[in-house]
Design a protein around this ligand. Structure first.
Ligand SMILES: *Cc1c(COP(=O)(O)O)cnc(C)c1O
Length: 381
């Protein structure tokens, strides 16, 4: 299969940056390169660098966010519950349960694949302390309504914005406003640092906590490392993890950040728009809806295939060397997170959605071929 569903778009500049860290700096762990990456990320988002903590994965970022926001302390038993759409990468659920909290799987809207707040209201429990919207396919749909819902019910908001780095709502970048916002820089996301993640926390005390817990909670060490030293008189007051980013990862991420606005966002938007243009008159499929308030840099390109024909169309594409993905098997259908509550809309979407190839290295001809093959599949009796 020559076409790829998704891929890292990295090259000589990223390789040079890694080489510079190895050959010139020689310190590969968390140090000055990570510090610079955080400053540049803060600049990009237009927030204070003190509100940021990079991490080694998006999952680690989510875990630190849940832990910082959850009542009580790690290891002290159940800490409450979090509303989260079942239609998400399992990382969202794992981050919640890793902190001793319960994930309450919620419905999504059929037209968008994002949280259904009416359903969330029905699933609220006395111990629910947060809501975790997932910007599915980079769509921060109804984000203002989600914050209003959280305010009304006294909940914290932890945005799983793994898909949404570089997206904007009413002109403001996702991450530049809100409560706690988590991004992923894994190999195929809108930018990559090899693996990697970022949490932006708009509560300064909690942001400091996250900067500490990511490095085993040796509070004084982060500061010392950023200025090239180490602390030899440590103290630890809470559970921590080895969730920190390395200089090697940051070197890749710094180059990728310079390519986001000039290269990756225009390419992803153009290719996604082309899919929508080429299939605009095709009533047997449907794209997910977005709001004119949102300016989206799509990480994935889901398509609904209607009339129960998704598996048939998917197989046809695979038979014709076109890769197709599944985002995602709903979490309430996984053994570890099984729940009794039926989620009919989520399950309908799971039966309809397939993910088409999308990454900045695809050409317009690639998209034209995928669309033509989809029509061929649909026309086949
Ligand atoms: C990628 C992703 C994550 C986790 O990020 P990693 O960097 O892969 O750990 C979390 N949630 C969603 C929706 C994702 O797509």
């Amino acid at each position: 299969m020559s076409m790829r569903l998704s891929r890292s778009v990295v090259g000589e500049r990223e390789a040079d940056a890694v080489r510079r860290v190895i050959v010139e700096d020689g310190y590969l762990g968390m140090g000055s390169e990570v510090h610079r990456f955080e400053d540049e990320l803060a600049d990009y988002l237009g927030v204070e660098a003190s509100l940021l903590a990079t991490a080694n994965t998006g999952t680690a970022a989510l875990t630190m966010a849940v832990d910082a926001v959850a009542p009580g302390h790690f290891g002290e038993g159940r800490r409450g519950s979090v509303l989260v759409p079942s239609l998400t990468f399992v990382a969202s659920f794992q981050a919640i349960t890793a902190c001793g909290c319960e994930a309450i799987p919620c419905e999504v809207l059929l037209e968008t694949g994002t949280l259904d707040l009416e359903d969330c209201a029905k699933r609220l429990r006395p111990d629910t302390f947060a809501i975790m919207p997932v910007h599915y396919a980079s769509n921060p749909y109804h984000i203002d309504e989600i914050y209003a819902f959280a305010k009304e019910h006294g909940l914290r908001v932890i945005e799983d914005a793994a898909h949404a780095f570089g997206c904007r709502h009413k002109g403001k970048k996702i991450g530049s406003f809100g409560d706690v916002v988590c991004f992923s820089f894994d190999g195929i996301k809108n930018i990559t640092s090899g693996e990697g993640g970022l949490v932006v926390c708009h509560n300064q005390d909690e942001a400091y906590t996250m900067q500490d817990v990511r490095l085993l909670s040796v509070a004084k060490d982060t500061k010392a490392r950023f200025t090239g030293g180490r602390t030899w008189d440590p103290d630890v007051t809470r559970q921590g993890w080895r969730f920190h980013m390395s200089n090697i990862m940051a070197a890749i991420g710094r180059v990728q950040l310079t390519r986001l606005e000039s290269e990756f966002i225009p390419a992803r938007k153009r290719l996604s728009a082309l899919y929508k243009t080429l299939l605009a008159d095709e009533s047997r499929v449907a794209f997910l809806k977005t709001s004119p308030d949102d300016d989206i840099c799509p990480h994935i390109q889901p398509l609904r295939v209607l009339n129960g024909r998704m598996h048939e169309v998917r197989q046809y594409l695979l038979d014709h060397d076109i890769p197709v993905g599944v985002h995602y098997k709903p979490n309430h259908l996984l053994s570890y997170f099984k729940s009794q509550a039926p989620l009919p809309v989520t399950e309908q979407l799971y039966s309809e959605l397939m993910t088409l190839p999308l990454h900045p290295a695809l050409s317009d001809d690639d998209i034209t071929l995928v669309c033509k093959t989809i029509r061929d599949a649909l026309d086949k009796a």
